[in-house]
Design a protein around this ligand. Structure first.
Ligand SMILES: CC(=O)SCCNC(=O)CCNC(=O)[C@H](O)C(C)(C)COP(=O)(O)OP(=O)(O)OC[C@H]1O[C@@H](n2cnc3c(N)ncnc32)[C@H](O)[C@@H]1OP(=O)(O)O
Ligand SMILES: CC(=O)C(=O)O
Length: 549
């Protein structure tokens, strides 16, 4: 069967009549927007994230390809890794972005000349420096322990010093919204001071992420009347408002938006650029990256990998599930016209439509899958109903085919009567032996299989029973099918089904395998973890050996 990639499917995307346009309120729609990425600085402040200097360089290059305008690379006064990053970046030409060093205003006890933080910022040799300072009287008195007047001095002379050394300065007004709500006049005085000292941008920060969109709108509108330099917004996500707050700020005329890829950042994260950018481009018609928007999913995945985080499938726009349809009613409609259940075309952000196979699907979804293998059947064909029944029965037993397209393809071929098994299992045995209380257990597996008329019997050891079984099976099969040498086990997941049965529970094993050009998932279910593993392993091998074009 020739399988067509689901990526090649292009559902119709048409509307019978034009929708009414609800206008956005943007004051100055013509003003060019600046996308300021702080994945490498504020994103690195996320729990569980740690970038090496080399990681940071790779991410910076990727962000440059994406076309962001500014990349905040780190705080050079904070650690040697960040100093190293700025050193390396001096030797790497970027096409679109400028790299920015970040740090605070001088310490109250230091002069600007002696302040180590300002010295390190200058030593990073970036054209632009982003300096953050205190806005909120609470922070001035309780965190810094200085007078309100002294804080204004810190802001003014730190910025003026960096300007005198030929740097452009962007000023991050930390806790601007909380500060404004407590003492509006003082909050405005801090940013007036920054502008007077030469700051070219003033970025209003919702540092604690506690502001609501209507507060952001009202306060930004006041600041727009007071401050002549272009403004920015830097929002945190503690109330899950960071994206909304950033967009509302832009609607009031703010031109720089700060955020991180995938929204990573301290506590609940920063404003997610992977949502902000497509919302700007596709919903507000404000160009941010232009034709590079379609690189967004790729960049999102790259940062997840480098940060060593679990991908969030359900992330808007760029998650694997963002355009995945599971409900039968949805699938039925979306296959006729994608607009029925998709708010935008997934390809605009580099994503794709997916139709999932599950017991929530009806025959339309199944037919779509079958058609992807080049088979045309009518909706009421007996085979379709038979396969649907098998699928639902399997899902009822605990199988899940959403992440196991390899097992699904085998199931479908078996139902259609076109599958020729590559081997027959005659038996396996797995032994785990522990001889001493403090000794490591030994795992050994033997496998007997038949290929054509030839019986093969092999044994292998492994790091654990699964590994031993995998080794023994491959050892038995590789002389018949040398192409199996290129198959790698990429992921192995076990999920306990109905945990209330304790160690008697059924488990579902999901295996992801891959070779140099393809990746596939397979599944097994049993009360016995080794049997569940066997099913998933055997499917993985069978899938690899399918005759494909
Ligand atoms: C909202 C934000 O995300 S701001 C960025 C936050 N990010 C980070 O803090 C990550 C990097 N930070 C670090 O590595 C360290 O905190 C350093 C190197 C900057 C400072 O380390 P230390 O000198 O040991 O100070 P420590 O971390 O204990 O305390 C922070 C210091 O900064 C001072 N400080 C904080 N904000 C400001 C400011 N806006 N202006 C001047 N000084 C400030 C505090 O008063 C305190 O100084 P003190 O010890 O003299 O009272
Ligand atoms: C500057 C910054 O990161 C903040 O205020 O959140």
């Amino acid at each position: 069967m020739a399988r067509k990639s689901s990526q090649t499917r292009s559902s119709r995307r048409t509307l019978p009549e034009e929708p009414v346009v609800i206008p956005v309120l943007t004051v100055d729609r013509a003003a060019a927007l600046e996308v300021y990425d702080t994945t490498l600085r504020d994103g690195a402040q996320a729990e569980d994230v740690s970038f090496s200097a080399e990681d940071k360089v790779r991410v910076a290059q990727k962000l440059d390809e994406l076309g962001v305008h500014y990349i905040e690379g780190g705080w050079p006064g904070a650690n040697p890794k960040d100093i190293e990053f700025f050193r390396i970046m001096k030797t790497i030409p970027l096409k679109h972005a400028s790299v920015i060093a970040f740090g605070s205003t001088r310490k109250a006890s230091n002069s600007v000349q002696k302040d180590q933080n300002l010295q390190a910022l200058l030593a990073a040799e970036t054209k632009t420096i982003t300096l953050f300072g205190k806005t909120w009287s609470l922070h001035v008195t309780d965190a810094l322990g200085i007078s309100l007047a002294k804080n204004l001095e810190l802001i003014g002379d730190s910025i003026a010093h960096l300007k005198s050394k030929g740097r452009r300065v962007f000023y991050d007004a930390e806790h601007f919204f909380d500060g404004y709500k407590t003492n509006p006049e003082y909050a405005l005085n801090t940013i007036r001071k920054a502008v007077e000292a030469g700051a070219e941008r003033v970025i209003l920060c919702d540092t604690n992420g506690g502001a609501m969109p209507w507060e952001i709108r009202a306060i930004c509108e006041v600041v727009r009347q007071e401050i002549t330099v272009p403004l920015g917004i830097h929002a945190h996500n503690d109330c899950e408002m960071a994206v909304a707050n950033s967009l509302v700020a832009i609607e009031t005329g703010i031109i720089q938006v700060q955020g991180t890829i995938n929204g990573i950042g301290e506590r609940c994260g920063n404003a997610n650029l992977c949502s902000i950018i497509p919302n700007l481009e596709l919903k507000m018609r404000r160009p941010a990256l232009g034709d590079r928007l379609s690189h967004l999913k790729d960049v999102s995945g790259f940062v997840t990998e480098i940060a060593n985080l679990m991908p969030n499938k359900h992330q808007p726009y760029v998650g694997d599930s963002a355009f995945a349809h599971k409900g039968g009613v949805h699938i039925h409609a979306v296959l006729k016209n994608a607009l029925t259940y998709e708010h935008v075309d997934p390809t605009r952000v580099g994503n794709r439509q997916r139709v999932l196979v599950s017991d929530y699907a009806g025959r339309s979804g199944l037919l779509d899958k079958i058609e992807a293998y080049g088979i045309k059947l009518s909706k009421d064909h007996a085979k379709v109903q038979e396969l649907m029944d098998t699928l639902k029965a399997r899902e009822n037993e605990g199988y899940q085919f959403e992440g196991a397209e390899g097992s699904f393809e085998l199931l479908m071929r078996k139902a259609m009567g076109t599958h020729k098994p590559a081997f027959q299992l005659l038996g396996f045995r797995v032994i785990v032996e522990k001889k001493q209380e403090d000794g490591a257990p030994l795992s050994e597996a033997t496998v007997m299989i038949k290929v054509g008329g030839v019986v093969e019997h092999t044994a292998a050891v492994g790091a654990g029973p699964v590994n031993a079984l995998d080794h023994a099976l491959r050892k038995a099969l590789e002389k018949f099918y040398p192409q199996l040498q290129e198959v790698k086990l990429l992921d192995y997941k076990v999920r306990v089904l109905a945990a209330n049965k304790g160690t008697e529970s059924k488990v579902r094993v999901l295996i992801e395998s891959g070779d140099h050009k393809d990746k596939w998932g397979t599944v097994g279910v049993s009360e016995n973890i080794i049997e569940a593993t066997w099913q998933a392993l055997a499917d993985s091998i069978e899938y690899k050996l399918l005759a494909k074009p």
